[in-house]
Unconditional design. Sequence first.
Length: 756
Amino acid sequence: MKFTDGQWLLQPGVSAHYATETYAVDVHDDRVVLLLTTRPIKHRGDTLQGPTLTVTLRSPLPGVIRVSVEHFSASQPPRLHVPMVGAQAQRLQVSETDKLVTVSSGPLSVDVKKGEGYSLTFREGDKVLTRSDWRSLGYLQWAGKANYVHEQLTLAVGEYVYGLGERFTPWIKNGQTVENTNKDGGTACEQAYKSVPFYLSSRGYGVLVNEAGPVSFEVASEKTSRVQFSREGETLDYCVVAGPTPKAAVARLTELTGRAPLPPAWTFGLWMTTSFTTQYDEATATHFIDEMARRELPLSVFHFDCFWMREFQWCDFEWDRRGFPDPEGMLARLRGKGLKISLWINPYVAQRSPLFAEGVREGYFIKRSNGLTWQTDLWQPGMAIVDFTNPAAKAWYQGHLRRLLAMGVDCFKTDFGERIPDKDVVYFDGSDPVEMHNLYALQYNQAVFELLQEVQGSDAVVFARSTYASGQRFPVHWGGDCWSNFESMAESLRGGLSLTSCGFAFWSHDIGGFEGNPPPAVYKRWIQFGLLSSHSRLHGSSFYRVPWLVDEESCVVLQRFTRLKHQLMPYLYATAIAATETGVPTMRAPVLEFPDDPACATLDRQFHLGDALLVAPVFTDSGEVDVYLPAGRWTHLLSGEVVEGGRWRRETHDFMSLPLYVAPNTVLPWGQETERPDYDYARGVMLRVFALDSGATAPFVVAAVDGTIAARGTVTRDGDSYRVRVVEGALHDWAIEVDGERSPVQTGQSLDWKAK
């Protein structure tokens, strides 16, 4: 939201009161409280009338400083905030002089200027990260509208801002206005299914606005050298998160807001769906599954979308017996084919659903301010919305899902959760509906995920569209409704990079695009992109996404890249395990991996899959693609070509290839199983060595399918000789490969081998 009219003027009706002087400082063990005046205090008369602002500095985690701003402290109910499951109040280190108070937590410090000329300067060591200074912190009264608090934190020359949730707009957020409100807008606009009030700086720090929302961001778009964030009301809360690198800042953020549990290994295989508005029944689903098997196209999960339930009755959690007369038997037959089963759900109950009357009677739905049930026709006619702040409603909803799990269902696609009313409604627990708008999606996914953990244990997984900050605790998430063209494929990648930069470890998207019928080139290129994402799903709206309906070559492409992903699983699952332990996402933007390479700061058409792999999807009919390789010797995984980095390359690839490069000095564990993602990764593994410098040692980690580590070790090169040492765990029937030459199969835990 813009409050000014250029550099000097305010918008009509706006009165601004900016922090001007730090008049008083009160130091406590766990907090420092500042009294800020909005005008210089020259004499006693200046202390009369306000406003003043009270700023409290705390630390919920080493390296994180929380700033809480208040105008009126008791005129509004307490605010809802971002869940901080890792927060633990820290004892602050405070030093004080006549002119300065320095507050420190771990590597992060903030210098508070005392007296006139207010400023907060955030430092990591001697490096200044950002500042709140002249006319940065303000209390604004907008006649005829409302009161607001805003903060403006400075940007350095050449500093870029990323993140703010799953944003499909340009990857670099500088110059954008971003409204932190979940909406069902699709991928082709500025709206987001997954708002996260966190931005990541190219200079290696982050800022989390600790508000449920809505929060309005002006990223170098009102003041060109500042990021402004504002919130209606009398308070504002934010945290500065230290790095010193972008990757380290994301890791620290997830330590604070929670890290993703590990999805089961089977979820990393290919998911296929009935699609949305297509005609389907048991025979259709079985035909697609059997045809995939006949064509030797590996499939791990089959998903039934909305019309597994009868039309006009979503959700009643009952199979439409016209198309699925024997759901229990069908599920048993499909599971007998080695498949896991996913079902579509949402948190809405249509008026025609048999559950509607019960929900109204028991008070399970969000209500209007007059005490009656809130209803709408937007989506399902007459639908109501389950109120997850009501423990009885939550248990009721979970009970219906529990019945489906007992029937043989494995997981749920938790769709929707964005079209939540924020006016004239009442929640069971009295929560402010404005603040619940974004948090609703979080509560919805949490309710489903916690049930899955209770029933399925470590196999718990959802496929979620909407969420909010800290939602990475309930994986997996996918990108929502995209179009079947290259432009939408690229915007989907931008959304994924923006979301993972906010600490979301796992992310997916609809291969081929959701809306429309993908041209063969788009479909095949999206297959490559999808199978090199953490999770991979074929899904569409009115067109079946099975490959033989596109063209026969699509079947070959799908087989090649599904099998490739399966062989990468010893590495990919180890990367996933690391993501749950460190908070660093499996898919990540180049700036996270190479923060000191200026060329990587702006890249949004390629990504890194873990530490070892660089992926550049192809977005052209011709197969032409530009890819940037950082310094070092990079090896194309599919062709074996070794190229020198530190420059751009323009390449042309057929549908069996794309820029897929292995980083220098890498040992890549390579599995022997091509038909499924969940197998014994340590048995028969090939340790493939790429561009290892003479005298260098490179580590390797091989995952186990149960989510532990099967083996860790190192490979050291001395000229043409290679020494392999397994320092933890064990490998079985393994070998080493260098430049296409393989050692004999090994049974021990060490090897000294000389390549020819």
